[in-house]
Write a protein that binds this ligand. Structure first.
Ligand SMILES: [Zn+2]
Ligand SMILES: [Zn+2]
Length: 425
């Protein structure tokens, strides 16, 4: 990987020198800004189409945003970035974004740019777009390259803007290596000081709700247990479906632990975003586990702390109070009760078992829910995280996939068509 990027650097360096030479007349003080001009253009476009001088960006941190409207992950990231951009503008941060479009035509570009509050390289300037793509070796979109003002060489361009924006948001500004080191350190410290009590107890509340309501269960009774924090709401249909599955798996895990007479124990705590008390009560009444009280302020803290992007979501906290995984839902879907206790070691073991089992699965399968033949794929052969078209739940690792239309199901969800004579038989 390193060698490849060295190679690219070399190629790009030659490009740079000629570009800097040509554009020098517009911007002489900063190499980074000269990248945004061309030999006959010293401006960028605002979303309304007015021209903004590139030199106006002097001294700002610049996010060079490679994106296209036709690709869903781009549109999603744009939405996220608009939100962060507005926050950065509001707090006076010296930040600007420049959109480098891969849209199919001018109309699509204009529509997409109108959703963005920042500047863009004109759509017609193919040469600049191409040279920026080449210079930063952009292999996939969305891609956000962060340029530091007045810096050249190493540390001037930061490539993982998309990840950083998703992971840390505006906290990461000005997106320098130093700031990111600081954030990682903070994260580690927070992790080390994390306990069940500081996660789940409130200022004046040291209990959770149990059944029958209004039974109160002390938070410290969970210490030493593996605890699932279950973020969901009754208005969320996938949540309601997943709850049914989780209840049956919860009982199975409890039964197994009881039968094995082990010291460890499992509990789940509902962290609800139900809309009102009545809805919450009805919802919680369907569940055999504990809950944070309705509208408890900790709900918001936990949602931010674990960076919950959507519900239902299941975060697993270990007996020592540290986070084991945020992928609880996915693990339950893949491995059911066997996922317990959700640790890395357990997941590795389960993955190995699954790889073994997959060896015995047919490479092709006809599933009654789909008219085309499905092919067995793994992470390495075109698989990856997916939503199962049969049970609507997440999956990863092995899957049966329709190469033609992208239809994908868990191997366990395939119900084979009673095989009559096949076409090649
Ligand atoms: Zn499925
Ligand atoms: Zn198909």
């Amino acid at each position: 990987m390193k060698e490849v990027s060295q190679e690219n650097k070399k190629i790009n360096k030659e490009d740079d020198e000629s570009e800097v030479f040509v554009h020098d007349k517009f911007v002489s003080s900063s190499t980074n800004l000269s990248l945004l001009t061309s030999k006959d253009r010293d401006f960028l476009l605002s979303p309304t189409g007015t021209q903004v001088k590139v030199s106006d960006l002097e001294g700002k941190v610049i996010g060079l945003y490679f994106s296209a409207n036709w690709y869903l992950p781009c549109r999603k990231f744009t939405e996220h970035l608009v939100n962060l951009y507005d926050q950065l503008k509001a707090n006076g941060s010296q930040f600007e974004v420049v959109f480098v479009s891969s849209d199919e035509d001018l109309n699509a570009f204009n529509n997409y740019h109108s959703l963005m509050p920042w500047l863009a390289i004109p759509f017609s300037d193919l040469e600049s777009k191409k040279s920026l793509n080449r210079r930063f070796d952009v292999e996939g979109i969305p891609c956000l390259i962060i340029l530091q003002p007045g810096r050249t060489g190493d540390g001037a361009a930061f490539r993982d803007g998309v990840d950083i924006m998703y992971r840390y948001g505006v906290k990461a500004f000005p997106f320098t290596d130093e700031r990111l080191e600081e954030l990682k350190r903070e994260e580690l410290e927070r992790y080390e000081s994390q306990t069940l009590l500081n996660l789940l107890a409130g200022h004046d509340r040291d209990f959770l709700l149990g059944h029958p309501t209004p039974k109160q269960v002390p938070v410290d009774s969970l210490i030493g247990k593996t605890v699932g924090l279950y973020f969901t709401a009754q208005w969320c249909l996938p949540g309601v479906k997943f709850t049914l599955r989780l209840i049956s798996i919860y009982h199975k895990i409890k039964e197994e632990l009881l039968a094995e007479n082990k010291d460890d124990d499992f509990e789940i705590v509902l962290v609800s975003t139900d809309r009102d008390q009545t809805e919450f009560d009805a919802h919680f009444n369907t569940m055999p586990w504990l809950a944070l009280p309705f509208k408890d302020p900790i709900t918001k803290t936990l949602t931010n702390y674990f960076d919950i992007q959507g519900i239902p979501s299941l975060v697993i906290v270990g007996p020592d109070g540290k986070t084991v995984t945020k992928q609880g839902r996915n693990l339950i879907n893949l491995y059911k009760e066997n996922a317990y206790p959700f640790t890395e070691a357990k997941v590795e073991l389960l993955e190995k078992l699954m790889d073994e089992e997959a060896k015995n699965l047919p490479r092709l399968e006809k599933h009654i829910g789909h008219r085309h033949e499905l092919t067995l794929v793994s992470e390495g052969t075109g698989g990856g995280p997916f939503i199962c078209c049969d049970c609507d739940e997440q999956g990863s690792g092995w899957a049966y996939q329709c190469i033609e239309c992208g239809y994908e199901v868990h191997p366990k969800c395939v119900r084979a068509v009673e095989s009559g004579p096949t076409s090649d038989a």
